[in-house]
Design a protein. Structure first.
Length: 362
């Protein structure tokens, strides 16, 4: 009846804080980004309930699948504070695919999970644009993912990322490190910076030092502190796969959380120890600043950060020089870090010259 109270308006999902239209807008923005990462083996496109991938079309004969998942950690807090979201997607891919290549696997496809309190199509597109760029660098396809808008779980502007990568390696080409023996050489591939580990400590140092993410970085005055800390993780896939296929690589170690001291032993047999001469490379400025500003001891640096070495290659002694040349030609900065020695019950990683080279007052 006209003029009569029609009752309360019914609630919608948008009233509860979830904007389906914003989600659809993000999906539309993602589709061309995902398409740009296509590779042999990719089937169909985004939009289905599951994603398909054809291993035979990718060229494998007797493949073993290798899978990994990771995130970006509290580096995201700096991205949010700096309102810069275009590089953390590269970090997300890098953290996953670099873990695959250490077993000799070629990354095939990637899926992402992006969770936020209130969806911003602009920020979301920037994040996924970075993911697509990381996939192109790694040669893998972005074939799916999930965007979750969860009001009440995250504050406005906050978000979290997780990545899932699947690769494959021929059964007889899996890298295990079992063949590492004394006399093998250790090569280090330079990192691009902090990569994506240790950022809870980084943020603590910034707080203690009274740092401002918008101000010039103390160690790189041509950039803001936020921009300098957000340099994306280097992706080593293509160079390392080329080295593995050339022959002579015994093991690879991705230097992530746990730094040099915790990650190298993961690819060594119990009978082997890695002896690293830290005089073989300079501690990059960002690490030197963190050590000084935070009063962080050298061994704590080495068990928290990559300290300028993002990937370690254990090579047969008679192949090390050729592999170093190949990796250099592929765009890596290669350092001759040291040798494998017999382990006599001591530490699996021994650092030589650390007090002279990494002393806080040096």
């Amino acid at each position: 009846m006209t003029g009569q109270d029609e009752g309360p308006k019914g609630l919608s999902y948008k009233d509860a804080g979830v904007d389906i239209d914003a989600g659809e807008a993000l999906v539309d923005a993602i589709k061309p980004l995902a398409a740009s990462t296509g590779r042999p083996g990719t089937m169909d496109g985004l939009g289905g309930f599951g994603a398909l991938f054809d291993l035979k079309a990718a060229g494998f004969t007797d493949p073993v699948l290798v899978a990994g998942t990771d995130g970006v950690g509290t580096k995201l807090k700096i991205a949010i504070l700096a309102d810069r979201h275009d590089t953390v997607g590269i970090d997300l891919v890098a953290m996953c695919v670099n873990d695959l290549v250490v077993q000799g696997a070629e990354p095939l496809f990637f899926l992402d999970y992006y969770a936020t309190g209130r969806l911003s199509p602009q920020a979301g597109a920037a994040v996924v644009g970075g993911i697509a760029e990381g996939c192109r660098q790694a040669g893998c396809a972005l074939i799916g993912g999930e965007t979750a808008e969860m009001p009440g779980m995250y504050a406005d502007g906050d978000y979290d990322l997780a990545g899932f990568a699947v690769g494959a390696v021929e059964r007889d080409a899996i890298l295990t490190g079992a063949g590492v023996v004394p006399g093998d050489r250790i090569l280090g591939l330079a990192s691009s910076g902090l990569h994506s580990n240790g950022f809870s400590l980084v943020r603590r140092v910034v707080d203690v030092a009274g740092g401002d993410y918008a101000a010039p970085a103390p160690f790189a005055p041509d950039r803001s502190l936020g921009e300098a800390l957000l340099v994306p993780t280097r992706i080593y896939v293509k160079s390392c796969l080329a080295a593995v296929r050339a022959g002579g690589v015994k093991a690879l170690a991705h230097i992530t959380g746990g730094g040099l001291l915790e990650n190298i032993p993961r690819v060594l047999p119990d009978s082997a120890a890695a002896v690293l001469d830290v005089a073989a490379w300079d501690l990059p400025p960002v690490f030197r600043w963190l050590a000084r500003a935070g009063g962080i001891a050298p061994r704590e640096m080495a068990r928290t950060f990559n300290c300028g070495i993002g990937m370690v290659v254990v090579a047969a002694a008679d192949r090390a020089d050729a592999l170093a040349a190949l990796l250099t030609e592929a765009g890596e900065t290669v350092h001759d870090l040291g040798r494998i020695e017999a382990r006599d019950g001591g530490d699996a990683v021994r650092l030589a010259n650390v007090d002279n080279r990494w002393a806080l007052d040096s």
